[in-house]
Structure formats: C-alpha cells, structure tokens
Write a protein that binds this ligand. Sequence first.
Ligand code: G6P
Length: 367
Amino acid sequence: ELISKGNHRHYMLKEIYEQPVVVAQTLRSYLRRMDDQLALPVPDFDLDAIRRVTIVACGTSYYAGMVAKYWFEQFARVPVDIDVASEFRYRAPVMADGGLMIVISQSGETADTLAALRHAKAEGQKIAAVVNVPTSSMAREADLLLPTHAGPEIGVASTKAFTCQLAVLAAFAANLARAKGRLNPGEERELVRHLAEAPAALNAALAYDETIEAMADLVAHARDVLYLGRGPDYPLALEGALKLKEISYIHAEGYAAGEMKHGPIALIDDTVPVIVLAPSGPLFEKTVSNMQEVQARGGKVVLISDYDGVQAAGEGCIATITMPKVHPLIAPMVYAVPVQLLAYHVALAKGTDVDQPRNLAKSVTVE
Ligand code: G6P
C-alpha cells in the first residue's frame, strides 16, 4: 500500500477528513483571492458560445452533476440536460451546435462515461472533463480539462472526489455566468467569497463526527432508510442513500422531499429512519412541511440543518445534526460530510468492509 491511512482506520475516513484541504487545493486553481475574482484558466475556449450543456456521469459523479445543473441554470441561465452515462447514447440525444458536454469522473476511465464522451464528440459537441486523474482517457480526449485536485482516492465509495467536483463545477458555472454577462463584478466577488468559505465550513462539519457516530445505531438496525432533500440538496439525498447502500448494504432511497407524498410515504412507519437534509434558505419551510408529514405518520426523522433550522424544526426528531450556517451555494458540499460520516459509522456498526464493499469496483471499465 503506497498511500498510507495515516491515523485513520480506513481510507474512506481519511478521505472524508481530507476534504477541507483538498477542496481548498482545488479552489485555489479556480479562484484568484486577492481581488475575489474568478480565475479559470480557459485559454482559447469560448464560453460565451455555449448555448446548451449536457452533463453525463455515473454514480457519485452523476450526483455532483445533478447539483451543478441547478447552478448552470440559476447563474448562467444555460439549459442543462443530464443523464447517467449508461443511458445517454440510447435515447438518441439531440446534439445541436453550440453544445458543451461535461463529463464528470473521478477516475476518468469509466467505460460508459467515456463512450458518451466519444459519442458527443462525434456529434460535434465541445467536451469539458471534470476528472481527478489528469492523465486519464477522458482528460486526454476533452477540449477543456477541469481537474479536481483531490489526490488519489482509494476507498471504493467516493467522498473527497465528490466535494472537489462540486467545487470545480460551482467555479465553472460562475465563469460561464460571467461570460454570458449574467454576473456583475459585485456578484462575482460575492460568489467567490462564498466559495472560498467552503474549506472552513467543511472543517466545522467534521467536528460532528462523534455526534454522528453516537447516532449510528439508530440507522444500523433499519431495513430501509429514506433520505429527503429539495433543490440542490435533493441530489445530496440521493448521494446519502447511495453511500449507505454501498458500504452498509442497507436499502436506502433518496427522494425529492415534495415527491414523498406521491408514493414513498406509504412506506413510513416507526421502523424507517428518514434523514432530512434542510439547510436554512428559500426551500427550508417547504422541506420542513414534508418532514412533518412524515412525523405525523410515526416516521423517525433525523434532521440535518444549521442552528436556526434545528431550533425551528428539531422538535419531535429522533436526532438532529447541526451544521455551520452556510450560503446555499456551498451547502451541498458541506452537507456531504454528515451523510458520508453517517454511512461510514453505520457500516462500522454493521461490521462490513468499508473500503472494499462487496460486488463494487473503484473504477468500472466495462459497459
Ligand atoms: C464506481 C465507484 C463509484 C463511482 C462510480 C463512477 O461505481 O464505485 O464510487 O462514483 O464508479 O466513477 P468515476 O470514476 O467515473 O467517477
């Protein structure tokens, strides 16, 4: 083993703890802090010519793409299509001129994502690759390389690559917004300032490790677990459920909080823990009202919010996790930490192989 686990019991835990440093490292190459300006090195790349974005990825990288869709549309007002890579080519996607495909991949080698890249290239799309391995096939075949600087990720379940992907995608969305004339210098400074707050907020989120460890038993005995979120925190609910499935083998589902009443609420009883991701912000009240629908049916809710959110809605929950109060832009990065730690501690409680879960591979090179 060339890369050591340091003082940590598993690579996954080490990688969770590296996030403040690697996200800072990643952001450094996209932000110029002296004057709070963006600094994306995009020589010869005409961002203004991009009329449509198609995001393609697999697994955790796909969820980073789902978060980014909100940013591209909100900040740059560029329409975004997103697909899991294994489905993309088979729906006969319409690839018009002025389209940019963004592939997101830790390894840069995932077969389905690479095939999607080649398909889009043949259809005349420009290709940007958000990859953690700068020598990978996707990096080589892309027109624009957007590296994450997460360092080698050994744990099969992705953690630090995800938060670094979010950092890159947020910076890129801001660049696109600027190129489209949708970001004035004041707004640009604001966005950069919020992004630059991410490493410290990730650090603060890690301080809840012991609190989360103490509540792992609430989830470890469950057969099914539900994760709920809204807006950019909905993909995070999907990612939370994926992390739990991958390493603890507990069946988990992520759902858009507002969609609960159209089906999954039928599953709710006091044996199903429901993890609610609800940072303060424009969607908080609505998420809380969905959470109360769950509680009214005897559901056991774990609320992950900030101090104000926990004060406002924590009553009646079986547990709460208090995150630092952050700007909605960086909430998906910061809230990744508690969902990763929860999956980790539940897996430990169940005694599964955290770094090498059964049936899974770090990089999937077959279609
Ligand atoms: C595998 C890994 C996941 C990862 C996915 C995509 O399934 O187990 O952790 O998210 O592949 O990998 P990529 O390297 O393309 O990000």
